[in-house]
Structure formats: C-alpha cells, structure tokens
Ligand binder design. Structure first.
Ligand code: HEC
Ligand code: HEC
Ligand code: HEC
Ligand code: HEC
Ligand code: HEC
Ligand code: HEC
Ligand code: HEC
Ligand code: HEC
Ligand code: HEC
Length: 270
C-alpha cells in the first residue's frame, strides 16, 4: 500500500503564479485607463455638435475633449456649474449679472436641462428645451390662460428667444375700442384669461352706486361711459336741470358742475 504523501498545499489565491497574474492585470488595466483616459466608465459618447464655428475653451465641441472627464466632472461631486462655465464664460456672466435666460433661472444645476453622453449626434441646443415648460413658468413668463395652449413659435418666431417682449403691448396692439385712451399698461386691466371682462379692480367710482340696484348688481358701463372710457356722464340718472337746481341751493353755480367726481369721488354726498 502506497503511503499517501501529505502535502501542505498553499491556498491557490496566494500562489506565486496567481499573484503574478494579478499584478499583470492591474498594470494592464492601468495602461488601458491611461490610454483611454477613463472612457471605459463613461455612460456614452459626448456630443460633437457645434452651432457656431466659435470655439469655447479652445475646443470645437464636447467630443473633442470627451476623454478629459474632469473638464465637466468634479471628482466625487459630479457635474458642476463652475466646470461648465470655465469654457462657457458668457453663461457665468449672465448668472452673475442676473441678465438673460441663465440669469433668470431658478435652477443652478446645469445637468437638469443639459444632458450629455447621448452620442455624437446629440443636439445639445435642441435638447435644452425638453425640461423647459415648468421653468418658463417659474422664471421667465408664466404661460397661463389663453397663453397656455400656444406653441413656442407663436411667441418666438424663428427660434429667436432673447429679446422677446414681456409686456402685453409688446405683442398685442391697442384695440380701436380704447386706442390712445387708457394707456399701455394693459396688465392693469387685463389678464391672459381673456380681454373681456376687463379687470378694473381699481375702478374708483363704485359700480354698485345708488339705492335702486338689486343686491350685487352693477350699473352697466355704457350708462356712464357713453362715448369712451375716458369720459363719463352722470346725466342718465341725475337729471341735469335738477342737479343745477339742487346745487344752487348749496351755492354751487352751474359752471362749477362740469366734473362731478371732483366733489363726489365715491358717489357720496360729502
Ligand atoms: C462636456 C462635459 C462632460 C464630460 C467631458 C464628461 N461628462 Fe460625464 N456627464 C456629463 C453630464 C452633463 C452628465 C449628466 C449628469 C446628470 O444627469 O446629473 C454626465 C453624467 C455622467 C455619468 C452618470 C453619473 C452621473 O454623474 O450623473 C457618468 C458615470 C459619467 N458622466 C462619466 C463620465 C466619464 C467617465 C467621462 C470621461 C471619459 C465623462 N463623464 C466626461 C458631462 C460630461
Ligand atoms: C472645455 C470646454 C467646455 C466645457 C468644460 C463645457 N463645454 Fe459646452 N461646449 C463647448 C464647446 C467647444 C461647444 C461647441 C461650440 C459651441 O457651440 O459653443 C459647446 C457646446 C455646448 C452647448 C451647445 C451650445 C450651442 O450654442 O448650441 C451647450 C448647451 C453646452 N455646451 C453646455 C455645457 C454644459 C452644461 C457643460 C458642463 C456640464 C459644458 N457645456 C462644459 C465647450 C465646453
Ligand atoms: C432650466 C433649464 C436650464 C438650466 C438649468 C441651464 N440651462 Fe443652459 N440653456 C437652456 C436653454 C433652454 C437654452 C437654449 C435657449 C437660449 O440659449 O436662450 C440654453 C442654452 C445654453 C447654452 C448655449 C447658448 C449660449 O448662450 O451659449 C449654453 C452654453 C448653456 N445653456 C450652458 C448652461 C450652463 C453652463 C448651465 C449651468 C450653469 C445651464 N446652461 C443651465 C436651459 C437651461
Ligand atoms: C405667450 C407667449 C410665449 C410662449 C407661448 C412661449 N414663450 Fe418663451 N418667453 C416669452 C416671453 C414674454 C419671454 C421673455 C421673458 C422676459 O424676458 O422677462 C420668454 C422667454 C423665453 C426664453 C428665454 C430667452 C432669453 O434668452 O432671455 C426661452 C429660452 C423661451 N422663452 C423658450 C420658450 C419655449 C421653449 C416655449 C415653448 C415651450 C416658449 N418659450 C413659449 C413668451 C412666450
Ligand atoms: C411674447 C408675446 C406675448 C406677450 C408678451 C403677451 N401675449 Fe397674449 N398672446 C400672444 C399670442 C401669440 C397669442 C395668440 C393669439 C394671437 O396671435 O394674438 C396671445 C393671446 C392672448 C389672449 C387671447 C385672445 C387673443 O387675443 O387671441 C389674451 C386675452 C392675451 N393674449 C392677453 C395678454 C395679456 C393681458 C398680456 C400681458 C399680461 C399678454 N397677452 C402678453 C402673445 C403674447
Ligand atoms: C384702464 C383699463 C384698461 C387698460 C389699461 C387697457 N384696457 Fe383694454 N379694455 C378695457 C375695458 C374696460 C375694455 C372693455 C371690456 C368690456 O367691455 O368688458 C377693454 C377691452 C379690450 C379689448 C377687447 C376689444 C374688443 O373690441 O373686443 C382688447 C383686445 C383690449 N382691451 C386690449 C388692451 C390692450 C392691448 C391694452 C394695452 C395696450 C389694454 N387693453 C389696456 C380696459 C383697459
Ligand atoms: C344708474 C343710475 C345712476 C348713475 C349713472 C349715477 N347715479 Fe348717483 N345716484 C343714483 C341713485 C339711485 C342715487 C340715490 C338716490 C338719490 O340720492 O338721488 C344716487 C345718489 C347719488 C348721490 C348722493 C348720495 C347720497 O349719499 O345721498 C351722489 C353725490 C351721486 N349719486 C353722484 C353721482 C355721480 C357723481 C355720478 C356719475 C359719476 C352718478 N351719481 C351716477 C343713481 C345713479
Ligand atoms: C356710475 C358711473 C360709472 C359706471 C357705471 C362705470 N364707470 Fe368707469 N368711470 C367712471 C368715472 C366717474 C371714472 C373716472 C374715475 C376717476 O378718474 O377716478 C371712470 C373711469 C373709468 C376708466 C378709466 C380708468 C383710468 O383710471 O384710466 C375706465 C377704463 C372705466 N371707467 C371703465 C369702466 C367699465 C369697463 C365699466 C363697466 C364695468 C365702468 N367703467 C362703469 C364712472 C363709471
Ligand atoms: C363743487 C362741488 C360739487 C360738484 C362739482 C358737484 N356737486 Fe353734487 N353736491 C355737492 C354738495 C356740497 C352737495 C350737498 C351735500 C350735502 O347736502 O351734504 C351735493 C349734493 C349732490 C347730490 C345729492 C342731492 C340731494 O340732496 O339729493 C347729488 C345726487 C349730486 N350732488 C350729484 C352731483 C352730480 C351728478 C354732479 C355733476 C353733474 C355734481 N353733484 C357736482 C357738491 C358738488
């Protein structure tokens, strides 16, 4: 019977050969990393688009420095505005001065609107608008009422965004109804919910004036504004002859009766 030789076998992981293999693997990996500049771990190619021949940071596009991850990524932090703005100086200028689109935004995280690693064909500019509706509402110009269903190019023709007028009169002409009469601060009286009825929350003369209206009733506009909204008459209810008579009793001559609201701004006696 052959005697079994008892060998004190080494654990295979620590065999000299295994150790050598591990070392070689590490060196290979390091070489590969150095060669590819970390591209191994990228989730996808960077965009090679450029709308203008103008270069930013000395490069033609993002793909041109795609290997240099730290241009955009802060180690252990991620994409930061500071890194992007090293090249996109105009954006940091906007944000510092509070001007332009990026000076108005409520979100500072560039990556919230500017995705990357979507391939070479990825259009950085067009994609910027994908997340935009809520931000338009919060930071630029709320799109409510009859503005809500509009297409972008109803207000921004030919993809022209900067310099869009933000006041009503910039886009809506005064109507013949009150052209040249009520001023151009339209928002005082109108909202995008509709032109009619006009708001007139600051109409000083009470519209429920007098004691002959049903509860909650209002005197129709045309009773006082027979010709335009800048002129009024009280004659349709207060007979002029009677008024002359009654005011004469107060020692007020008929010639003084031209502007009733001078003395009755709220329609009260005193
Ligand atoms: C032009 C700028 C830019 C460069 C250069 C760049 N990235 Fe990114 N990367 C981005 C943006 C933008 C995102 C999206 C971040 C987000 O969604 O929050 C991103 C996301 C990632 C993500 C997903 C995880 C995360 O942080 O959100 C990884 C992983 C990543 N990048 C790796 C790399 C690697 C590796 C490189 C270099 C080979 C690289 N990136 C180069 C801009 C860049
Ligand atoms: C190393 C310089 C550099 C860095 C860093 C950089 N970019 Fe760019 N970016 C460019 C270049 C170059 C272009 C292509 C030329 C151009 O359109 O200005 C470009 C294009 C863009 C465009 C399209 C511009 C257009 O007018 O169509 C957007 C959007 C953009 N970058 C956003 C970012 C964001 C967000 C970051 C940070 C995650 C970033 N960039 C980081 C250089 C850079
Ligand atoms: C809320 C979404 C949003 C955020 C956040 C945002 N952008 Fe933009 N960005 C846009 C839109 C929309 C456009 C295209 C419209 C325009 O240029 O007026 C744009 C255009 C750009 C452009 C190309 C136009 C130009 O003026 O050069 C660059 C570069 C850019 N952004 C970089 C940045 C950087 C850097 C950050 C972070 C500091 C950032 N963006 C944050 C929405 C955003
Ligand atoms: C009812 C009109 C209207 C519609 C519809 C509209 N916008 Fe605007 N938008 C404006 C106004 C007004 C401003 C200017 C706000 C300011 O400067 O205060 C503006 C500003 C912008 C800006 C910033 C321009 C800059 O550089 O300062 C961008 C980008 C923009 N809009 C994109 C869009 C997109 C994308 C859509 C469609 C989803 C859209 N808008 C729909 C009226 C509109
Ligand atoms: C950037 C341009 C722009 C601005 C600023 C703007 N609007 Fe508009 N608005 C439009 C467009 C475009 C329409 C679609 C109908 C049209 O072509 O007139 C519209 C439609 C309307 C409508 C629906 C009735 C109609 O005329 O078809 C009302 C009401 C309205 N706007 C009120 C306002 C008020 C009030 C303001 C100021 C607080 C304002 N708008 C500011 C562009 C604008
Ligand atoms: C001081 C208040 C006031 C101001 C300011 C004002 N409006 Fe009016 N607007 C009115 C009143 C009142 C009406 C009639 C509403 C009704 O009869 O219900 C009216 C009606 C309209 C109508 C409907 C006209 C029609 O024929 O159907 C439009 C359109 C209109 N306004 C646009 C504007 C624009 C644009 C501006 C700014 C340039 C403006 N308004 C400024 C008070 C105002
Ligand atoms: C729709 C009809 C109507 C119109 C229009 C009208 N009023 Fe009157 N007014 C009345 C009635 C009704 C009374 C209460 C009875 C009375 O004292 O003659 C009254 C009362 C008054 C009084 C007395 C209030 C009091 O405290 O006793 C004054 C002052 C007055 N109106 C001023 C005006 C002026 C100024 C205008 C025009 C801007 C005007 N009214 C337009 C119907 C009207
Ligand atoms: C009882 C009479 C009376 C009625 C009814 C009346 N108004 Fe007036 N309105 C006036 C008087 C008086 C003024 C001048 C007030 C002032 O300058 O303080 C005036 C001023 C105005 C102005 C000019 C405001 C400004 O400050 O530029 C507008 C617009 C107007 N009215 C619209 C209306 C509309 C719309 C209606 C119907 C909803 C209406 N008014 C109903 C008496 C009336
Ligand atoms: C110079 C100031 C003045 C002017 C202008 C004026 N009023 Fe008077 N009004 C008075 C005074 C004062 C009284 C009496 C108040 C009292 O008895 O306490 C009065 C009283 C009234 C009364 C109540 C009369 C009654 O006793 O029943 C009415 C209605 C009236 N005014 C309407 C008008 C109308 C309409 C106009 C424009 C055509 C007008 N007023 C212009 C000063 C004025």
């Amino acid at each position: 019977m052959k005697q079994q030789r008892l060998v004190q076998r080494q654990h295979p992981l620590f065999s000299p050969i295994a150790l050598l293999m591990t070392a070689v693997l590490i060196v290979l990996l390091a070489l590969l990393l150095w060669q590819t500049g970390g591209r191994l771990f990228t989730p996808g190619d960077l965009s090679s688009m450029a709308r203008s021949p103008q270069q930013s940071g000395g490069f033609a596009n993002h793909a041109a420095f795609g290997d240099d991850c730290t241009q955009c990524h802060d180690p252990f932090v991620g994409v930061t505005a500071v890194r992007c703005e090293t090249c996109h100086v105009n954006i940091s200028q906007q944000r510092e001065s509070g001007a332009g689109l990026h000076g108005s935004l409520t979100i500072a995280n560039c990556a919230a609107c500017h995705a990357e690693h979507q391939g070479h064909d990825f259009d950085l500019y067009a994609a910027a608008f994908d997340q935009f509706s809520t931000e338009h509402h919060a930071a630029l110009f709320p799109l409510h009422g009859q503005h809500a269903p509009l297409e972008c190019d109803d207000c921004h023709q030919n993809d022209q965004y900067a310099g869009t007028p933000a006041t009503c009169v910039g886009c809506h002409a005064e109507p013949d109804l009150h052209k040249g009469l009520l001023g151009t601060d339209c928002a005082r009286c109108h909202t995008p919910e509709g032109w009619r009825p006009a708001l007139l929350t600051d109409h000083t003369f009470p519209l429920d004036h007098g004691d002959e209206l049903p509860a909650g009733g209002q005197i129709p506009c045309a009773t006082c504004h027979t010709a335009a909204f800048t002129t009024y008459t009280c004659d349709n209810c207060h007979d002029p002859a009677e008024m002359i008579e009654e005011h004469r009793e107060e020692n007020i001559s008929p010639t003084e009766l031209t502007n009733c609201i001078e003395c009755h701004p709220t329609g009260e006696e005193d």
